[in-house]
Design a protein around this ligand. Structure first.
Ligand code: C2E
Ligand code: MG
Ligand code: MG
Ligand code: MG
Length: 285
């Protein structure tokens, strides 16, 4: 009996594994065609200051697959990284975001808005990445200091020296860098001072735990704010969902926020409309 049962378990396990592999394969195949079939789009989420200015938007990738429905970037970006598809997808994202930036730069109300774009490791370490960025600036004719590339800690740590060298090259074009999800990695906070970042994003993990009564993590927020201020880096808190979280962040010295409290990521036209209305309210109230 025991042997039979064990055998069944084995079969079930293999069945499940097989299914997972099949699902992954199906997603990979679908993703490979996503760019060509026009299934990708960008949503934009505003970043605001406590004085009511809109300083930037983050471009966030969306994939609507007819067979699989809406797939979260948290799911398909890692797959795109592993398979190399991120090279084409990342190229598409950068061009799309830069084209949008060009349009917004022509509008006096939106001209000050920075465009933040997430860059993944495989894309960043491409030999031609610097020239891809340069080509975007030439093609879309925006002021390069309004483009902000978001990198993560793990990307930087993969090859610290190469990463910094690349960042310096791209910074010479005028483009800015933001450290995304800061504080979630394994490195010490202080090494940030040795990296040429213009901005730090406090990960939503800290924003969330701060309001649910975990003062230990709030100490880290204070430390991040301190480092950013000391080294003259901009600071953005992401995932701000409640007024209480915003108030705590403000108390710690963080004056720029991104989150559902203000606006969810939305298509360009909707975000543009939202920003107009928001700025109008600011001037009339
Ligand atoms: P991220 O860069 O840290 O982006 C912030 C994530 O937090 C986004 O999730 C955003 O929708 C979500 N968010 C914003 N405000 C709130 C809030 O108040 N509450 C909560 N619960 N969530 C909030 P999203 O759009 O699902 O993206 C997930 C991750 O996928 C991103 O994290 C980024 O790492 C990656 N990603 C998205 N678009 C791209 C892209 O174009 N290229 C690359 N390489 N990665 C991307
Ligand atoms: Mg980001
Ligand atoms: Mg983030
Ligand atoms: Mg993240």
């Amino acid at each position: 009996h025991a042997k039979a049962a064990g055998g069944n378990c084995q079969v079930m396990f293999e069945d499940e594994m097989y299914q997972q592999i099949q699902q992954r394969f199906a997603m990979e195949n679908a993703l490979a065609k996503a760019v060509a079939l026009n299934q990708l789009s960008l949503h934009y989420q505003p970043q605001l200051t406590d004085t009511g200015r809109v300083v930037g938007v983050e471009a966030l990738l969306r994939w609507h697959c007819p067979e699989l429905g809406m797939v979260s970037p948290a799911e398909f970006i890692p797959l795109a990284e592993e398979t190399g598809l991120i090279e084409d997808i990342g190229f598409w994202v950068l061009h799309q975001a830069c084209q949008q930036l060009q349009q917004w730069q022509a509008d006096p109300l939106l001209a000050a808005v920075t465009m933040s774009v997430n860059i993944s490791a495989r894309q960043f370490y491409l030999p031609e990445f610097v020239s891809i960025v340069q080509q975007c600036i030439e093609q879309y004719q925006f002021a390069p200091q309004h483009l902000m590339l978001e990198l993560t800690e793990s990307l930087i740590l993969a090859d610290l020296e190469d990463a910094v060298a690349r960042m310096q090259q791209i910074k010479q074009l005028g483009v800015k860098f933001s450290m995304d999800d800061f504080g979630t990695g394994y490195s010490s906070l202080s090494y940030l001072s040795r990296l040429p970042f213009d901005e730090v994003k406090i990960d939503q993990y800290f924003v969330r735990s701060g309001s649910s009564g975990q003062p230990r993590d709030w100490v880290i927020v204070d430390a991040i704010v301190g480092i950013a201020n000391t080294y003259g880096m901009k600071l953005v808190a992401e995932g701000v969902e409640t007024a209480a979280q915003q108030a705590l962040l403000r108390q710690s010295g963080c004056r720029c926020y991104q989150g559902y409290l203000y606006a969810k990521p939305a298509p360009a036209a909707d975000t543009e409309h939202w920003i107009r209305q928001y700025l109008q309210q600011q001037t009339t109230s």
